[in-house]
Write a protein that binds this ligand. Structure first.
Ligand SMILES: Cc1cc2nc3c(=O)[nH]c(=O)nc-3n(C[C@H](O)[C@H](O)[C@H](O)COP(=O)(O)O)c2cc1C
Length: 182
């Protein structure tokens, strides 16, 4: 399926109800490949993706992730290899490492949508429990889980109901004056 990129960006919404249809590996691979093309601070790419599509591990991940409202057919856990980043001279906690988690996550969400999959990011989870379940090496920190699956026909209402802010609401042209933003 090929869709106009802006249309994909505009129509993507978090999917919190998914069918139990499995997601074929080749679609997961395309989502992962898209994320490998996301921008990365210094092009260092200290993100590591752990893809999971087996039911038993998914069930345990759900148990330690209160923010995972969907029952995904697959997830990608985006981790930061913080130990390697520090070895390369990045400051521990450097913002670029976490901005890269966001660029990878958004790229996955958009790729999934373009491929006809539903997706949703989750950050409400126990990092210690996810690290233990996935047997992550020391120094890897799980930062965000991208849930993937076929969207169910009916979706729960969006989290905060109300008017979606437009770009005009969010944008200021040029230099701000002292009363702007008050
Ligand atoms: C950093 C981040 C963390 C999020 N964590 C969760 C989460 O734990 N559970 C969840 O259901 N949605 C989570 N979301 C999704 C947001 O709730 C969602 O993007 C927002 O309500 C707007 O909906 P939309 O993306 O469909 O426009 C998260 C989004 C971001 C960017």
């Amino acid at each position: 399926m090929s869709r106009d990129a802006l249309e994909v960006i505009r129509t993507r919404r978090v999917v919190r109800a998914m069918t139990d249809e499995p997601v074929p590996r080749d679609l997961l691979e395309r989502v992962l490949d898209a994320a490998a093309h996301a921008p990365s601070a210094g092009n260092r790419r200290f993100q590591r993706f752990v893809a999971v599509d087996d039911g038993a591990t998914l069930r345990v991940l759900r148990m330690v992730s209160p923010g995972m409202l969907q029952r995904p057919a697959a997830v990608v856990v985006i981790c930061v290899d913080a130990a390697l980043a520090v070895e390369y001279g990045f400051r521990a906690g450097s913002s670029g490492l976490y901005i890269d988690v966001g660029t990878a996550a958004q790229t996955m969400l958009l790729a999934a949508h373009a491929l006809g999959l539903g997706s949703g990011p989750v950050t409400s989870f126990s990092k210690a429990a996810v690290s233990a379940v996935l047997n992550l090496p020391p120094g890897w920190s799980p930062e965000l889980i991208v849930c993937l699956g076929r969207p169910a026909a009916t979706q729960p209402p969006p989290m905060a109901l109300g008017r979606r802010r437009t770009w005009r609401d969010l944008t200021h042209w040029g230099r701000l004056t002292t009363t702007d933003g008050a």
